[in-house]
Write a protein that binds this ligand. Structure first.
Ligand code: SF4
Length: 228
């Protein structure tokens, strides 16, 4: 199955939430500047997602082979124990916003522009995930991202890119030799069907992470994912 590109997301930045995240006081001069940046980004921004349906061909102890490509992760292997299909994806804020953000040279404004790009990318990912039932026939899903856990290092991004084909031509995302994505506000991952809640954060001990969405469960790896 060929990959699809999704780029028609509605892009509205919730000023209240963004101001709170960036500690900007509503009504202040800073709020006026940030609001104008949001307005520009909403006009220019075109976040994108590239995704496809892929099928699991082999399951090892700490890897799966998906459409001929080996993905090495014990956690992924266990998480897809009952699955036969997956949805690999790459999402990005888009080259339009990447270019827009380069116009800001002030340190604080660059920081805000990064936050705006992150917001746009997240909106696209959330909108994309809400279509997984209709578009891919997956109703209850969880996501794993290469680089989030030691178990599935960032170098595995090269395999996700191979699975998708040519994300550079399709959505303008390139992978560097050190496996970082450009634009930097891009994310790759695999959505998989699951009947139990799963989040990378449950296995990640990092403290005070602003992106944490689930508490660290220090027993989970040992009870569920250690090799027999
Ligand atoms: S706690 Fe933070 S770094 Fe760790 S998996 Fe969650 S979002 Fe990623």
């Amino acid at each position: 199955m060929t990959a699809h590109v999704y780029d028609q997301f509605s892009v509205n930045i919730d000023r209240g939430k963004l101001f709170e995240q960036l500690h900007v006081v509503a009504g202040s001069d800073d709020a006026g500047v940030l609001d104008e940046m949001c307005r520009e980004a909403e006009q220019i921004g075109r976040p994108k997602v590239m995704a496809r349906t892929s099928y699991i061909e082999e399951k090892g102890t700490d890897f799966v082979v998906v459409d001929g490509i080996r993905l090495s992760s014990r956690v992924l292997r266990v998480n897809v124990d009952r699955a036969y299909k997956l949805v690999p994806y790459v999402a990005t804020c888009g080259l339009e916003l990447e270019q827009w953000s380069k116009g800001y040279t002030d340190f604080l404004e660059q920081y805000w522009a990064d936050a705006v790009k992150q917001w746009m990318m997240r909106q696209a990912v959330n909108a994309f995930r809400s279509t997984l039932g209709d578009e891919f026939g997956l109703t209850q899903t969880a996501t794993m991202n290469p680089g989030s856990l030691e178990d599935w290092p960032i170098s595995e991004q090269q395999h996700l890119f191979k699975l998708l084909g040519d994300p550079e031509s399709a959505i303008g995302v390139t992978l560097t030799d050190s496996f970082l994505m450009i634009p930097s506000k891009s994310v790759s991952g695999i959505c998989f069907p699951t009947e139990v809640n799963y989040s990378n954060c449950q296995l990640c001990p990092r403290e005070e992470c602003p992106g944490r969405i689930a508490p660290y469960d220090h027993e989970l790896y040992e009870t569920k994912y250690t090799l027999p």
